[in-house]
Ligand binder design. Structure first.
Ligand code: FAD
Ligand code: DLZ
Ligand code: SF4
Length: 509
């Protein structure tokens, strides 16, 4: 018999480790382990979601006639880590071989590889992704710069998605310039998919509430999909109700509307309940059947076969060094406001509040509010990475790390993106209604009432001039800085100094 280890983000019957399973002899091992739930203090909702989805998946396998050895967190003989659980179950079943799909994270793969087991271990490629490690590294080889857009075009061709012969559908590869509409009043945003907790989920919620009470985040209300069927319903609901507006309002933020027209499918795709290609095909079908416009469908598809695969490619290409990158030598401690501490900066306060409630924030909130502040305030990449790993229910290091170290902090010096995504308050004001309810004035550039993003933006460019000046995409901005009067530059520096003194002193900003 073979022992087949299925990890908490591999919850799909098509996963490679199960492909040739013999139902009569083989055993599937799944385990909830303390080490995995606490190596960072994951959001309560994230733990409840993964454990409930794991338990439901194990039940599904059993109903299909598979033998499953499932270790719950509070089972008395739970050995506490993947490796210890593996050793324990090997001694019970004495398999000929252990079979596993490659873990999605470097850390877990190294643990598995370093095991000294009595039986061989076969690590199979992760077929939950659309490109392989070798495909990405051959694409990357010899290129001066890696850019998502070119990788994305290759993926479109490879899977023949939104193609018209050998040309992109509609004549353009990318319709992003149509996808930047500011939010307008009176938008009617459909409710996000919700499922009610069943007995299994309720048991998990009770467990998390008791054992992880000190972790960040709200456990209630809990409405995530936790089975494949529910995740498929969430996909269907997105395609029917939200996709049509996904493109137009992709970058928009409205106070009190955490979900906007986004798909909220990352939780399910990342843990295996949904496969990326089925999401992409459902969106393409909606376009072909004239249910959704091209800018929305192309935008959604690009996120999945473009960005998602691209960040994973970068992760495996650059690990383990990628974890230690700090190109800008940023060292500031993560301020308490990221954990829900008081702040008068309304945009940050709203995005943290929603993150705490939902273990979710949409891309522009993560990038242009929380991420932008982390960048221009010079927050330490280790602390920022840890925060993002903890707070989002879709966070696994393969996707979190490139988005944080590469996309928001520019800590990789420009491997993932060509320039830092730094922005002043004007961007947030244009794309949201946060500024209307803020104590700071977005129109003011300096002084105690000015929006902090306004002076911190320039202070960031001044502080990092030696590292960023040569970036040709910042040439115009540095020219503007050169033309600024000495008094103006002094005011920027003084305001920033005052702001950082308050922030670092633990006082409310
Ligand atoms: P939608 O906006 O509906 O997009 C559709 C799908 O595209 C998503 O479900 C996701 O699978 C994929 N996608 C979109 N953008 C990205 C991206 N930049 N990288 C990878 N996949 C993408 N995504 C995660 O899945 N896990 C993370 O831990 C994570 N951390 C992030 C941290 C930062 C600082 C930033 C800027 C982005 C991060 N993202 C992460 C990417 C993106 O914000 C989320 O995938 C998205 O918000 C999930 O919500 P959604 O399903 O509604 O996405
Ligand atoms: C995120 C997570 C958590 C919190 N707990 C577990 C667990 O107890 N058991 C498990 O198999 N998976 C868990 N996961 C998902 C894993 O972190 C994920 O499967 C690996 O990190 C992939 O490398
Ligand atoms: Fe954020 Fe500045 Fe707008 Fe306040 S004024 S919400 S701090 S961007």
């Amino acid at each position: 018999m073979n022992l087949r280890l299925v990890l908490g983000d591999q919850l799909n019957q098509k996963v490679s480790s199960l492909s040739d399973i013999n139902k009569n002899t083989d055993v599937v091992l799944m385990c909830e382990v303390w080490e995995e739930a606490t190596y960072v203090k994951h959001h309560k909702k994230k733990i409840a979601f993964i454990f409930s989805a794991m338990r439901h998946f194990a039940q599904e396998l059993k109903e299909k006639g598979y033998k499953v050895h499932y270790t719950k967190l509070d089972d008395p003989d739970n050995a506490g880590s993947f490796s210890a659980e593996l050793e324990r179950t090997i001694s019970i079943y004495k398999p000929e071989k252990v079979i596993i799909t490659e873990p999605s994270e470097y850390r877990v793969l190294q643990d598995i590889k370093s095991l000294d087991l009595d039986v061989p271990i076969e690590v199979r490629p992760d077929n939950r992704f659309l490109s392989t490690h070798s495909e990405f590294s051959s694409w990357a080889e010899g290129r001066k710069q890696l850019r998502m857009e070119y990788f994305y075009r290759q993926m479109r061709k490879k899977y023949n998605i939104l193609m018209s012969g050998d040309k992109p559908e509609g004549g353009e590869w990318n319709y992003d310039n149509e996808n930047r509409k500011a939010p307008k009043e009176g938008l009617s945003i459909p409710q996000s998919f919700m499922s009610e907790p069943d007995e299994i989920t309720q048991e998990v919620i009770d467990l998390v509430s008791e054992r992880f009470s000190k972790h960040f985040g709200d456990l209630y209300p809990f409405h995530f999909a936790v089975t494949r069927n529910q995740a498929l319903q969430a996909l269907e609901q997105f395609i029917k109700e939200r996709l049509i507006n996904f493109g137009d309002y992709q970058d928009a933020m409205i106070q009190g509307e955490p979900w906007m027209y986004h798909s909220h499918l990352s939780f399910y795709i990342n843990c295996g309940l949904l496969l990326p290609l089925e999401c992409v095909e459902a969106a393409e079908l909606a376009y072909r059947e004239q249910q959704a416009p091209l800018n929305a469908v192309e935008g959604f598809i690009r996120q999945i076969i473009g960005w998602r695969e691209y960040v994973r490619g970068i992760y495996w290409l650059k690990m383990p060094k990628y974890e230690d990158e700090n190109f800008l030598q940023a060292k500031r401690k993560l301020p308490w406001l990221y954990w829900g501490g008081d702040t008068q900066m309304n945009c940050l306060s709203q995005c943290v509040k929603e993150t705490k409630e939902n273990a979710y924030a949409h891309h522009i909130q993560r990038l242009m509010v929380l991420g932008n502040f982390a960048l221009i305030a010079g927050l330490d990449p280790d602390e920022v990475n840890e925060w993002y790993m903890i707070v989002y229910a879709d966070a696994y290091q393969w996707v979190e790390l490139p988005n944080v170290t590469g996309m928001i902090l520019f800590a990789d010096g420009g491997v993932l993106g060509s320039k830092p995504y730094a922005a002043s308050g004007a961007y947030i004001n244009k794309m949201s209604d946060y500024c209307k309810r803020c104590r700071y004035k977005v129109s003011k550039k300096n002084g105690p009432d000015a929006c902090p993003f306004n002076y911190l933006y320039w202070d960031f460019l001044i502080r990092n001039e030696d590292k960023l000046r040569s970036n040709h995409r910042l040439t115009m901005i540095y020219r503007t800085l050169e033309r600024m009067s000495e008094e103006k530059v002094e005011a920027i520096k003084n305001d920033s100094k005052r702001f950082f003194k308050t922030l670092d002193g633990g006082e409310i900003v």
